[in-house]
Design a protein around this ligand. Sequence first.
Ligand code: MN3
Length: 206
Amino acid sequence: MFEQVKLTYDFNALEPHIDELTMLTHYGKHHAAYTNNLNGAIEKLPSLKGKTIEEILMDLDAIGDSALRTTVRNNGGGFYNHNLFFATLSPKGGKEPGGDLGKQIQSDFGGFEELRKTLTTHAASVFGSGWAWLSTDKDGKLLVSSTPNQDNPLMTHGGKLTPIFGIDVWEHAYYLKYKNVRADYVNALFNVIDWEKVAELYQQAL
Ligand code: MN3
């Protein structure tokens, strides 16, 4: 059974940047539904039992039944992506990344402001629903990319990239507060990104 990540903060703790009702709906309805649907699909796929979600998403072709493959892609992606998303937000966030991650951002992007611009541009350019990603390869090189729907870099790069942070740009992530103005949401989100957690995930991915 896959389980939603436990939040380390209250639903209203990311106010005013991310409002309480959006958090309640996003975590309690959308993420919960992805998780339930994933677990339901896995029940029908005994060969996947015991595998990690990363292993499953990197090898979707192993699922022969195309309807079940689509279900696992969408809901397994949704489960994994939101676990990462919610784990890398914090009311104490918003500082700049330091340590090895900070140094790598400097060398790969020329500084945090440049990374922020690149992530923001990718978030803005997703047409419809999707994600903007910060990922690392095994050598620690960072890459920004975007995906449609609930796809992620585990799927698009066949295990060569590990996502360490993602910006959810589905309308459900921001519409209650920001309406159609995705750019304001992305801007506000930077106030609650837990870069210490992202740095931890960066080290783990190497
Ligand atoms: Mn979402």
